[in-house]
Design a protein around this ligand. Structure first.
Ligand SMILES: Nc1ncnc2c1ncn2[C@@H]1O[C@H](COP(=O)(O)OP(=O)(O)OP(=O)(O)O)[C@@H](O)[C@H]1O
Length: 471
């Protein structure tokens, strides 16, 4: 939300800041004021929404890693024929950039016309300012809350065009984690993309198509009277890429991630507050949802859990029905699954739009039936053991190879034993030499094949012995 409001707010704040300073020091023909937008307020405890907004906007123009410290400045200039105008500059603070300052800059014409590139210079004429936003001609109101005519921000402008033309790749991504009642954000540079995710190609394509369809369907959701949100349940054994898929989805959509740890949330009111404060265009993730509604913390539960799932058939259901409500009563105090689901389907879904919800679990069969009902999670994705296609993606990721003399053997071995993509990745990481790495992998898979043969032989012997005893 804040990033959509940015140009409005920035201009309002700039006007207010300039008027404030002018009122105290008196206006000069050539004056420059600087406003530093701090990342945090209240001695580090409160997030400054303006910082996020500035970061989000500038990230569409310059390398987000350079956005350490920003200056917001406003100056009055006299042009050659004596006319004066006001210019608002938003730029990196000198010496705070971790990368060489980019030279591009942005300016808008007045009257809410689209933002456009423009040259920006410092007072001394040097091309130092890295990103400048030229506000419309100054209005007299110093109030930060007064808004000028609705400008066309990059985000607003792009949302009017087709989703495929959105500047998705250009936005900086953040991941937010909850502590009690508030979110704390960090930069999100997870490298996973749909190119690097190892999974069955048709399934991958189905997910990408589903996301694309979702983005295009604002009017459709409005017409049918449903909230513009999409729920995904990712399930499968540990190490099959569920978290990586979430990161790939975030990178693909260019949506920020909100990773909700329910063990940090004690009461429904806190949960609701967290959810309500999530902006549009974001992904809510709750990992290991099967572990969330008992007393045990997430990791402990995982460690004490015994055997892995048996692999299931590929599952990609898309149930379009309405969301049933009322999976049990919402408790007054403690966070409950029904409280969470009802809130997501109820108030939350009307308080924003274009949001994706992802639940992950290693144990789908342990999930509360309320979560599996048709219409609850729109899409169920089974992330399974490493098959041949997934292996080829990993081999390409690690060694940029599409073929190798050991490939036929790997293919045959993978067809007979279970290895997660995480296990295969780990073997491929062990050496930079593709021959060495693949030999290590085939050895691991051969050993698993032998162990499996021994287990099957033992079971067969037991059956024979039982039959003998019965006779
Ligand atoms: N399908 C995959 N494609 C690419 N890499 C994968 C895949 N699955 C696992 N990996 C690799 O294994 C690591 C662990 O995978 P990830 O955490 O995504 O699995 P997970 O299914 O979420 O596991 P868990 O259920 O334990 O949280 C990843 O960082 C990645 O390197």
């Amino acid at each position: 939300m804040s990033r959509e409001l940015l140009p409005d707010e920035l201009r309002a704040v700039a006007r207010w800041g300039a008027a404030f300073v002018r009122a105290r020091v008196g206006a000069a023909e050539k004056e420059r004021h600087t406003v530093v937008i701090r990342r945090q307020l209240d001695g580090g405890y409160g997030e400054n929404q303006m910082f996020e907004a500035a970061r989000a906007y500038l990230a569409t123009k310059i390398d987000p890693r350079a956005l350490r410290r920003l200056s917001l400045a406003r100056s009055r200039c006299i042009d050659a024929d004596g006319r004066s105008s006001w210019t608002t500059l938003l730029c990196l603070e000198p010496g705070d950039s971790s990368t060489p300052p980019p030279t591009c800059s942005m300016a808008s014409s007045s009257g809410g016309r689209p933002w456009r590139p423009a040259a920006a210079t410092t007072a001394r004429g040097a091309a130092r300012a890295v990103t400048a936003v030229t506000a419309p001609r100054a209005s007299s109101s110093p109030s930060p809350s007064s808004s000028a005519s609705t400008p066309s921000t990059p985000t607003q402008r792009s949302s009017a065009t087709s989703p495929s033309s959105w500047p998705r790749r250009e936005r900086a991504l953040r991941i937010f984690m909850n502590e009690e009642r508030s979110w704390h954000g960090f930069n999100h540079h997870h490298p996973a993309t749909f190119d690097t995710i190892a999974m069955e190609p048709d399934l991958k394509k189905s997910i990408v198509d589903d996301l694309d369809r979702f983005l295009k369907r604002r009017d459709y959701y409005r017409r049918i009277g449903k909230a513009w949100k999409r729920g995904y349940l990712l399930h499968g054994p540990p190490g099959t890429g569920k978290s990586s898929l979430v990161a790939a989805m975030a990178n693909y959509l260019r949506f920020n991630l909100y990773d909700l740890d329910l063990s940090q949330v004690r009461v429904n009111a806190a949960l609701q507050r967290l959810l309500i404060s999530m902006p549009n265009k974001s992904i809510l993730v709750i990992e290991d949802i099967d572990c969330c509604f008992d007393a045990k913390p997430r990791e402990d539960h995982k460690i004490t859990t015994a055997a892995l799932d048996q692999p299931e058939d590929f599952d990609f259901s898309d149930d379009g029905g309405g969301a049933p409500r009322g999976a049990g009563d919402l408790q007054q105090k403690n966070v409950t699954l029904s409280g969470l689901l009802n809130f997501i389907d109820g108030l939350w879904s009307t308080s924003g739009e274009e949001r994706v919800i992802v639940f992950t679990t290693n144990y789908k069969e342990r999930l509360d039936p309320a979560l599996l009902r048709p219409g609850r999670m729109d899409v169920h994705v089974y992330m399974g053991y490493c098959g041949w296609d997934a292996f080829k993606t990993l081999a390409h990721n690690y060694f940029l190879v599409g073929d190798h003399p050991l490939f036929p053997e790997v293919r045959e071995l993978l067809a007979g034993v279970e290895a997660t993509p995480a296990e295969v990745s780990e073997m491929l990481l062990r050496s930079e030499d593709v021959d060495v790495a693949l030999r290590g992998l085939t050895e691991l898979l051969r050993e698993r094949t032998r162990r499996r043969a021994r287990q099957e032989a033992a079971i067969e012997n037991e059956v024979v012995a039982e039959k003998g005893n019965a006779a």
